[in-house]
Design a protein around this ligand. Sequence first.
Ligand code: NAD
Length: 356
Amino acid sequence: MRSFVYNGQPSRVVFGAGSLQYLEREVSLLGATRAIVLCTPEQQALAEEIAGRLGSKSAGVYPKAQMHVPVETANAAIAEAKRVGADCALAVGGGSTTGLGKAIALQSGLPILAVPTTYAGSEMTPIWGMTENGLKKTGRDARVLPRTVIYDPGLTVSLPVDLSVTSAMNAIAHAAEGLYAQDSNPVMDLMAEEGIRALAQAIPKIKADPADMHARGNALYGAWLCGTVLGNVGMALHHKLCHTLGGTLNLPHAQVHTVVLPHAISYNAAAAPDAMRRIERALQADDASLGLYKLAKDNGAPVALRDIGMKSEDIDRVVEIAVQNPYWNPRPVNPEAAGALRALLQRAWEGAPPAP
Ligand code: NAD
């Protein structure tokens, strides 16, 4: 048995269809009496309904969450939470909304109660992100880890099929990279493999019937496991490439993860054979990277960066940034790897299957 360090991260998870009914109890258990309900403009109706359920424990709805948490949005939300005397940030939505809750918690120490409606997994991590002048800053801080998470699969039924598939692939990416993390441990390996299995089984079922509650439950269960992996161990080349493509070129988050993942896994395959075996078992596939490519393609997800807004002339810029300041990776990422990375991105740009 290898040596490892395992850090349990304290959070309470309430899971199950209909679990939103426990919201008021969960707010009270946090010792809170005035929760500010955060959401994106698109999810305002849901947030209003949730605020209505809370009655006097609601400090109102703040419907201004945006992708990548612009610092101006964060500052305005912090000021609003203070103005209404909030003692809890209730984040209802995907990673963008949880991110706004984290910005408030980072500054004020307010506890976050998260109600995720995508599979992004931010609710299980102590990682915050904020964007200033087009540059995304990230950091880790125990204060931003949501204290309570209510996972109610019923709230994910409205997530459009295309976003459901790419959001699920985004979650799988956390687990896949967690399996070869430098600081991985046996508990995270179990969670990662089970998370990939649950999501891979759910994706075709959600595509066939977006209201399939059994599949929605399995996908959210997988998202919880994969998010936990993301919060516990370091990420590698795949996440570095996606942060560059998302942050520098402003490409859409979940779609970028979906396209890049099979290629990043192929790049690392020979250097991380144990991780590949686990991914293959979870996908019931002969080859991890091809299995991921097929899972995305067969379910109508984009497989080419050119189809989600990237220009071919940007490939060199992304390679340059990726080799300049790399994350730890099982196969070295250094200036000598620039040719291989360029080939990886060329295939991802064209939508070709990952290199064998
Ligand atoms: P998102 O939160 O931006 O949501 C995308 C869109 O889908 C929004 O318009 C949202 O309102 C809508 N939506 C969400 N759930 C819905 C539902 N059930 N029904 C209908 N519409 C719904 O997207 P995301 O992929 O969840 O999050 C992406 C962001 O989260 C990125 O900024 C990413 O960097 C961040 N993120 C952070 C972490 C972390 O640990 N800090 C982890 C994962 C993602």
